[in-house]
Design a protein around this ligand. Sequence first.
Ligand SMILES: C[S@@+](CC[C@H](N)C(=O)[O-])C[C@H]1O[C@@H](n2cnc3c(N)ncnc32)[C@H](O)[C@@H]1O
Length: 361
Amino acid sequence: MTPRIRTIAIGAAAAAAAAAGGYALGGPALAAYALLSTSLCGAAAVLWRQARRAEARQTRRDADLARLAEQVASLSQGLDRQHRSHEKSLRRLGERVGALGERIDLVPGETRRLALEGDRTAEIAAVLDDVRDGVASFPAKTRRLVREWNRMVYAEIEDLTALYRDIEPDRALPPLHGWAAGPDLARYLYRRVVEDGRTRVLECGSGSTTVVLAYALKSVGRGHVHALEHDPRFAEATRAMLKERGLDQWATVLDAPLTDVEVEGAPWRWYDPAVLPAAPIDLLLVDGPPGTTGPQARYPALPVLVDRLAEDAVVVLDDTRRDDEHRIGERWAERFEGWSLRSLPHDHGTIVLSREPKPEF
Ligand SMILES: C[S@@+](CC[C@H](N)C(=O)[O-])C[C@H]1O[C@@H](n2cnc3c(N)ncnc32)[C@H](O)[C@@H]1O
Protein backbone atom coordinates (compact mmCIF):
# COMPACT_ATOMS: atom_id res chain seq x y z
CA MET A 1 0.00 0.00 0.00
CA THR A 2 1.45 3.43 -0.98
CA PRO A 3 1.82 6.08 1.80
CA ARG A 4 -0.85 8.22 0.11
CA ILE A 5 -3.41 5.37 0.00
CA ARG A 6 -2.53 4.48 3.65
CA THR A 7 -3.15 8.11 4.74
CA ILE A 8 -6.49 8.22 2.91
CA ALA A 9 -7.50 4.86 4.44
CA ILE A 10 -6.55 6.00 7.99
CA GLY A 11 -8.46 9.30 7.47
CA ALA A 12 -11.54 7.47 6.15
CA ALA A 13 -11.43 4.96 9.03
CA ALA A 14 -11.09 7.81 11.60
CA ALA A 15 -14.02 9.69 10.03
CA ALA A 16 -16.15 6.52 9.97
CA ALA A 17 -15.29 5.72 13.62
CA ALA A 18 -16.10 9.31 14.71
CA ALA A 19 -19.41 9.21 12.81
CA ALA A 20 -20.31 5.83 14.35
CA GLY A 21 -19.42 7.07 17.87
CA GLY A 22 -21.42 10.28 17.33
CA TYR A 23 -24.40 8.28 16.11
CA ALA A 24 -24.31 5.98 19.14
CA LEU A 25 -24.05 8.93 21.58
CA GLY A 26 -26.34 11.54 20.04
CA GLY A 27 -28.04 10.23 16.93
CA PRO A 28 -27.71 11.43 13.29
CA ALA A 29 -27.05 15.13 14.14
CA LEU A 30 -24.04 14.33 16.34
CA ALA A 31 -22.85 11.72 13.77
CA ALA A 32 -22.92 14.38 11.00
CA TYR A 33 -21.14 16.89 13.26
CA ALA A 34 -18.44 14.31 14.19
CA LEU A 35 -17.98 13.33 10.53
CA LEU A 36 -17.64 16.98 9.45
CA SER A 37 -15.14 17.95 12.14
CA THR A 38 -13.00 14.81 11.60
CA SER A 39 -12.92 15.49 7.83
CA LEU A 40 -11.94 19.13 8.42
CA CYS A 41 -9.13 18.05 10.75
CA GLY A 42 -7.98 15.50 8.15
CA ALA A 43 -7.98 18.10 5.32
CA ALA A 44 -6.08 20.55 7.53
CA ALA A 45 -3.48 17.86 8.27
CA VAL A 46 -3.05 17.09 4.52
CA LEU A 47 -2.68 20.81 3.64
CA TRP A 48 -0.14 21.29 6.46
CA ARG A 49 1.87 18.32 5.17
CA GLN A 50 1.83 19.66 1.56
CA ALA A 51 2.95 23.09 2.77
CA ARG A 52 5.85 21.49 4.67
CA ARG A 53 6.90 19.57 1.53
CA ALA A 54 6.75 22.71 -0.67
CA GLU A 55 8.80 24.56 1.96
CA ALA A 56 11.42 21.78 1.97
CA ARG A 57 11.58 21.83 -1.87
CA GLN A 58 12.06 25.63 -1.88
CA THR A 59 14.81 25.32 0.77
CA ARG A 60 16.64 22.71 -1.35
CA ARG A 61 16.35 24.96 -4.42
CA ASP A 62 17.65 28.01 -2.52
CA ALA A 63 20.58 25.91 -1.29
CA ASP A 64 21.36 24.77 -4.90
CA LEU A 65 21.28 28.35 -6.17
CA ALA A 66 23.47 29.52 -3.28
CA ARG A 67 25.94 26.73 -4.10
CA LEU A 68 25.97 27.79 -7.75
CA ALA A 69 26.58 31.43 -6.80
CA GLU A 70 29.50 30.29 -4.61
CA GLN A 71 30.92 28.21 -7.47
CA VAL A 72 30.71 31.14 -9.90
CA ALA A 73 32.31 33.49 -7.35
CA SER A 74 35.18 31.08 -6.72
CA LEU A 75 35.59 30.58 -10.50
CA SER A 76 35.85 34.36 -10.91
CA GLN A 77 38.43 34.60 -8.14
CA GLY A 78 40.41 31.78 -9.74
CA LEU A 79 40.32 33.62 -13.06
CA ASP A 80 41.50 36.84 -11.42
CA ARG A 81 44.43 34.99 -9.88
CA GLN A 82 45.22 33.32 -13.20
CA HIS A 83 44.98 36.65 -14.97
CA ARG A 84 47.50 38.26 -12.56
CA SER A 85 49.87 35.32 -12.83
CA HIS A 86 49.65 35.40 -16.66
CA GLU A 87 50.46 39.10 -16.62
CA LYS A 88 53.51 38.49 -14.44
CA SER A 89 54.73 35.65 -16.68
CA LEU A 90 54.19 37.78 -19.77
CA ARG A 91 56.18 40.66 -18.28
CA ARG A 92 59.05 38.28 -17.48
CA LEU A 93 58.83 36.76 -20.97
CA GLY A 94 58.83 40.27 -22.49
CA GLU A 95 62.03 41.14 -20.60
CA ARG A 96 63.75 37.96 -21.75
CA VAL A 97 62.65 38.43 -25.36
CA GLY A 98 63.80 42.07 -25.17
CA ALA A 99 67.29 40.94 -24.02
CA LEU A 100 67.34 38.33 -26.79
CA GLY A 101 66.29 41.02 -29.27
CA GLU A 102 69.27 43.16 -28.29
CA ARG A 103 71.62 40.27 -28.96
CA ILE A 104 69.86 39.47 -32.27
CA ASP A 105 70.20 43.18 -33.20
CA LEU A 106 73.94 42.68 -33.39
CA VAL A 107 73.70 39.81 -35.85
CA PRO A 108 72.54 41.62 -39.02
CA GLY A 109 75.26 44.26 -38.63
CA GLU A 110 77.83 41.57 -38.20
CA THR A 111 76.46 39.63 -41.18
CA ARG A 112 76.42 42.76 -43.33
CA ARG A 113 80.03 43.26 -42.50
CA LEU A 114 80.64 39.79 -43.86
CA ALA A 115 78.50 40.58 -46.95
CA LEU A 116 81.60 42.07 -48.51
CA GLU A 117 82.48 38.47 -49.19
CA GLY A 118 79.38 37.79 -51.35
CA ASP A 119 75.68 38.60 -52.12
CA ARG A 120 74.18 35.58 -50.26
CA THR A 121 75.18 36.96 -46.87
CA ALA A 122 73.08 40.10 -47.57
CA GLU A 123 70.05 37.87 -48.10
CA ILE A 124 70.79 36.08 -44.83
CA ALA A 125 70.96 39.46 -43.08
CA ALA A 126 67.49 40.36 -44.44
CA VAL A 127 66.10 37.03 -43.22
CA LEU A 128 67.62 37.63 -39.79
CA ASP A 129 66.01 41.09 -39.72
CA ASP A 130 62.63 39.42 -40.26
CA VAL A 131 63.33 36.87 -37.54
CA ARG A 132 64.22 39.65 -35.11
CA ASP A 133 60.99 41.56 -35.92
CA GLY A 134 58.98 38.37 -35.46
CA VAL A 135 60.53 37.67 -32.07
CA ALA A 136 60.05 41.29 -30.97
CA SER A 137 56.31 41.14 -31.77
CA PHE A 138 55.83 37.90 -29.84
CA PRO A 139 55.02 39.31 -26.34
CA ALA A 140 52.44 41.78 -27.72
CA LYS A 141 50.75 38.99 -29.72
CA THR A 142 50.69 36.69 -26.68
CA ARG A 143 49.24 39.47 -24.51
CA ARG A 144 46.48 40.00 -27.08
CA LEU A 145 45.70 36.27 -27.11
CA VAL A 146 45.52 36.09 -23.32
CA ARG A 147 43.23 39.15 -23.23
CA GLU A 148 40.96 37.54 -25.85
CA TRP A 149 40.90 34.26 -23.91
CA ASN A 150 39.99 36.06 -20.66
CA ARG A 151 37.19 37.95 -22.40
CA MET A 152 35.78 34.69 -23.71
CA VAL A 153 35.88 32.97 -20.30
CA TYR A 154 34.15 35.92 -18.58
CA ALA A 155 31.50 35.99 -21.32
CA GLU A 156 30.87 32.23 -20.80
CA ILE A 157 30.45 32.79 -17.03
CA GLU A 158 28.03 35.64 -17.69
CA ASP A 159 25.96 33.52 -20.09
CA LEU A 160 25.92 30.52 -17.74
CA THR A 161 24.83 32.67 -14.79
CA ALA A 162 22.14 34.33 -16.91
CA LEU A 163 20.87 30.92 -18.09
CA TYR A 164 20.54 29.72 -14.48
CA ARG A 165 18.73 32.95 -13.59
CA ASP A 166 16.35 32.62 -16.56
CA ILE A 167 15.60 28.91 -16.17
CA GLU A 168 15.83 28.56 -12.36
CA PRO A 169 16.24 24.78 -12.78
CA ASP A 170 15.50 22.37 -9.92
CA ARG A 171 18.82 20.64 -10.59
CA ALA A 172 22.08 21.58 -12.32
CA LEU A 173 21.97 22.10 -16.09
CA PRO A 174 23.73 19.39 -18.14
CA PRO A 175 27.36 19.98 -19.27
CA LEU A 176 27.85 23.05 -21.46
CA HIS A 177 31.46 22.46 -22.52
CA GLY A 178 33.53 19.89 -24.42
CA TRP A 179 31.25 17.87 -26.68
CA ALA A 180 28.24 20.08 -25.88
CA ALA A 181 27.47 23.61 -27.06
CA GLY A 182 28.87 26.34 -24.77
CA PRO A 183 26.75 28.60 -22.50
CA ASP A 184 26.90 31.35 -25.17
CA LEU A 185 25.15 29.24 -27.82
CA ALA A 186 22.82 27.60 -25.27
CA ARG A 187 21.64 31.04 -24.10
CA TYR A 188 21.31 32.28 -27.69
CA LEU A 189 19.00 29.31 -28.46
CA TYR A 190 17.02 29.84 -25.23
CA ARG A 191 16.38 33.46 -26.22
CA ARG A 192 15.34 32.57 -29.77
CA VAL A 193 12.51 30.53 -28.24
CA VAL A 194 11.54 32.83 -25.38
CA GLU A 195 12.07 36.21 -27.06
CA ASP A 196 11.24 35.41 -30.73
CA GLY A 197 8.59 32.75 -30.03
CA ARG A 198 10.31 30.12 -32.20
CA THR A 199 8.68 26.98 -30.89
CA ARG A 200 8.96 24.47 -33.76
CA VAL A 201 12.50 23.30 -33.23
CA LEU A 202 14.58 20.63 -34.95
CA GLU A 203 18.06 19.70 -33.75
CA CYS A 204 20.62 17.64 -35.64
CA GLY A 205 22.55 16.03 -32.76
CA SER A 206 20.96 15.63 -29.33
CA GLY A 207 22.45 16.50 -25.94
CA SER A 208 22.53 19.39 -23.48
CA THR A 209 20.97 21.85 -25.93
CA THR A 210 17.92 19.56 -26.17
CA VAL A 211 17.44 20.07 -22.42
CA VAL A 212 17.94 23.86 -22.59
CA LEU A 213 15.51 24.15 -25.52
CA ALA A 214 12.95 22.01 -23.66
CA TYR A 215 13.22 24.35 -20.65
CA ALA A 216 12.65 27.32 -22.99
CA LEU A 217 9.53 25.71 -24.53
CA LYS A 218 8.21 24.85 -21.07
CA SER A 219 8.63 28.47 -20.04
CA VAL A 220 6.61 29.77 -23.03
CA GLY A 221 4.11 26.92 -22.57
CA ARG A 222 3.97 25.65 -26.17
CA GLY A 223 5.97 24.01 -28.96
CA HIS A 224 8.27 21.01 -29.21
CA VAL A 225 11.88 20.18 -29.94
CA HIS A 226 12.68 17.11 -32.04
CA ALA A 227 16.32 16.01 -31.84
CA LEU A 228 17.84 13.64 -34.43
CA GLU A 229 20.41 11.30 -32.87
CA HIS A 230 22.42 8.69 -34.77
CA ASP A 231 23.97 7.04 -31.72
CA PRO A 232 21.45 5.01 -29.63
CA ARG A 233 23.61 5.36 -26.46
CA PHE A 234 23.52 9.15 -26.63
CA ALA A 235 19.84 9.14 -27.60
CA GLU A 236 19.16 7.23 -24.36
CA ALA A 237 21.45 9.57 -22.35
CA THR A 238 19.58 12.65 -23.62
CA ARG A 239 16.19 11.05 -22.91
CA ALA A 240 17.35 10.34 -19.35
CA MET A 241 18.46 13.99 -18.89
CA LEU A 242 15.01 15.14 -20.06
CA LYS A 243 13.14 12.64 -17.91
CA GLU A 244 14.96 13.44 -14.69
CA ARG A 245 14.03 17.10 -15.17
CA GLY A 246 10.38 16.36 -16.04
CA LEU A 247 10.81 17.73 -19.57
CA ASP A 248 9.73 14.73 -21.70
CA GLN A 249 6.57 16.51 -22.81
CA TRP A 250 8.61 19.27 -24.50
CA ALA A 251 11.24 17.24 -26.37
CA THR A 252 11.55 14.01 -28.34
CA VAL A 253 14.84 12.36 -29.22
CA LEU A 254 14.44 10.53 -32.54
CA ASP A 255 16.67 7.52 -33.26
CA ALA A 256 18.00 8.48 -36.70
CA PRO A 257 20.76 6.12 -37.91
CA LEU A 258 23.14 7.53 -40.52
CA THR A 259 22.20 6.29 -43.96
CA ASP A 260 23.15 6.95 -47.61
CA VAL A 261 21.51 10.17 -48.75
CA GLU A 262 21.93 11.76 -52.18
CA VAL A 263 22.56 15.49 -51.91
CA GLU A 264 22.95 17.63 -55.03
CA GLY A 265 23.83 14.51 -57.02
CA ALA A 266 26.53 13.33 -54.58
CA PRO A 267 26.36 10.49 -52.00
CA TRP A 268 26.49 11.47 -48.31
CA ARG A 269 26.04 9.80 -44.89
CA TRP A 270 23.30 11.62 -42.99
CA TYR A 271 20.36 11.03 -40.66
CA ASP A 272 17.67 8.76 -42.11
CA PRO A 273 15.17 11.27 -43.61
CA ALA A 274 12.33 8.75 -42.98
CA VAL A 275 12.29 9.71 -39.28
CA LEU A 276 11.96 13.48 -39.85
CA PRO A 277 8.87 15.01 -38.20
CA ALA A 278 6.29 16.44 -40.61
CA ALA A 279 5.74 19.79 -38.82
CA PRO A 280 7.41 22.91 -40.30
CA ILE A 281 10.51 24.18 -38.52
CA ASP A 282 11.25 27.73 -37.40
CA LEU A 283 14.48 27.05 -35.50
CA LEU A 284 17.00 24.54 -36.87
CA LEU A 285 20.16 23.76 -34.89
CA VAL A 286 22.82 21.92 -36.88
CA ASP A 287 25.21 20.34 -34.36
CA GLY A 288 25.64 16.86 -35.83
CA PRO A 289 26.48 14.37 -37.20
CA PRO A 290 30.00 14.56 -35.70
CA GLY A 291 32.84 15.40 -38.10
CA THR A 292 34.32 11.94 -37.43
CA THR A 293 31.58 10.47 -39.63
CA GLY A 294 33.04 12.14 -42.76
CA PRO A 295 34.12 15.45 -44.31
CA GLN A 296 31.48 18.21 -44.29
CA ALA A 297 29.23 15.77 -42.41
CA ARG A 298 26.70 18.50 -41.54
CA TYR A 299 26.35 19.90 -45.08
CA PRO A 300 23.19 17.90 -46.03
CA ALA A 301 21.10 19.60 -43.27
CA LEU A 302 20.07 22.61 -45.34
CA PRO A 303 19.62 20.89 -48.76
CA VAL A 304 17.52 18.12 -47.14
CA LEU A 305 15.48 20.37 -44.83
CA VAL A 306 15.11 23.65 -46.74
CA ASP A 307 11.60 22.83 -47.96
CA ARG A 308 10.45 22.15 -44.39
CA LEU A 309 11.65 25.50 -43.05
CA ALA A 310 9.15 28.26 -42.26
CA GLU A 311 9.64 31.47 -44.26
CA ASP A 312 11.15 33.26 -41.23
CA ALA A 313 13.14 30.26 -39.97
CA VAL A 314 16.67 30.63 -38.62
CA VAL A 315 19.35 28.02 -39.12
CA VAL A 316 22.08 27.88 -36.46
CA LEU A 317 25.33 26.07 -37.21
CA ASP A 318 27.67 25.29 -34.27
CA ASP A 319 31.48 24.82 -34.20
CA THR A 320 32.25 27.20 -37.07
CA ARG A 321 35.69 28.02 -35.65
CA ARG A 322 36.59 24.72 -37.31
CA ASP A 323 37.41 25.10 -41.01
CA ASP A 324 35.06 22.29 -42.07
CA GLU A 325 31.97 23.80 -40.41
CA HIS A 326 32.89 27.35 -41.48
CA ARG A 327 33.09 26.19 -45.07
CA ILE A 328 29.68 24.49 -44.74
CA GLY A 329 28.10 27.82 -43.67
CA GLU A 330 29.70 29.66 -46.58
CA ARG A 331 28.68 26.92 -49.01
CA TRP A 332 25.03 27.14 -47.85
CA ALA A 333 25.01 30.93 -48.28
CA GLU A 334 26.47 30.59 -51.82
CA ARG A 335 24.17 27.75 -52.81
CA PHE A 336 20.82 28.99 -51.38
CA GLU A 337 19.69 32.22 -52.91
CA GLY A 338 18.07 34.70 -50.55
CA TRP A 339 19.75 33.32 -47.42
CA SER A 340 22.21 35.58 -45.64
CA LEU A 341 24.88 34.61 -43.17
CA ARG A 342 25.90 36.15 -39.84
CA SER A 343 28.78 35.02 -37.60
CA LEU A 344 28.41 35.22 -33.81
CA PRO A 345 31.55 35.60 -31.65
CA HIS A 346 30.90 32.42 -29.64
CA ASP A 347 33.66 30.29 -28.16
CA HIS A 348 33.13 27.41 -30.61
CA GLY A 349 32.00 29.80 -33.36
CA THR A 350 28.37 30.05 -34.53
CA ILE A 351 26.94 30.92 -37.94
CA VAL A 352 23.30 31.95 -38.27
CA LEU A 353 21.48 31.87 -41.61
CA SER A 354 18.13 33.46 -42.31
CA ARG A 355 16.23 34.58 -45.38
CA GLU A 356 16.77 38.23 -46.19
CA PRO A 357 13.61 40.30 -45.71
CA LYS A 358 11.73 40.64 -49.01
CA PRO A 359 12.03 44.14 -50.57
CA GLU A 360 8.90 46.25 -50.06
CA PHE A 361 7.26 47.72 -53.18
C1 LIG B 1 28.47 18.32 -31.04
S1 LIG B 1 27.58 17.21 -29.99
C2 LIG B 1 26.31 18.30 -29.54
C3 LIG B 1 25.01 17.82 -29.13
C4 LIG B 1 24.04 18.90 -28.64
N1 LIG B 1 23.57 19.77 -29.69
C5 LIG B 1 24.66 19.76 -27.54
O1 LIG B 1 25.21 20.81 -27.81
O2 LIG B 1 24.57 19.35 -26.39
C6 LIG B 1 26.94 16.14 -31.16
C7 LIG B 1 26.93 14.70 -30.80
O3 LIG B 1 27.54 14.44 -29.55
C8 LIG B 1 27.04 13.21 -29.08
N2 LIG B 1 26.65 13.26 -27.67
C9 LIG B 1 25.41 13.45 -27.14
N3 LIG B 1 25.45 13.33 -25.81
C10 LIG B 1 26.73 13.07 -25.49
C11 LIG B 1 27.41 12.83 -24.27
N4 LIG B 1 26.73 12.82 -23.11
N5 LIG B 1 28.74 12.61 -24.30
C12 LIG B 1 29.41 12.60 -25.46
N6 LIG B 1 28.82 12.80 -26.67
C13 LIG B 1 27.50 13.03 -26.67
C14 LIG B 1 25.82 12.85 -29.91
O4 LIG B 1 26.12 11.79 -30.82
C15 LIG B 1 25.56 14.13 -30.63
O5 LIG B 1 24.94 13.89 -31.87
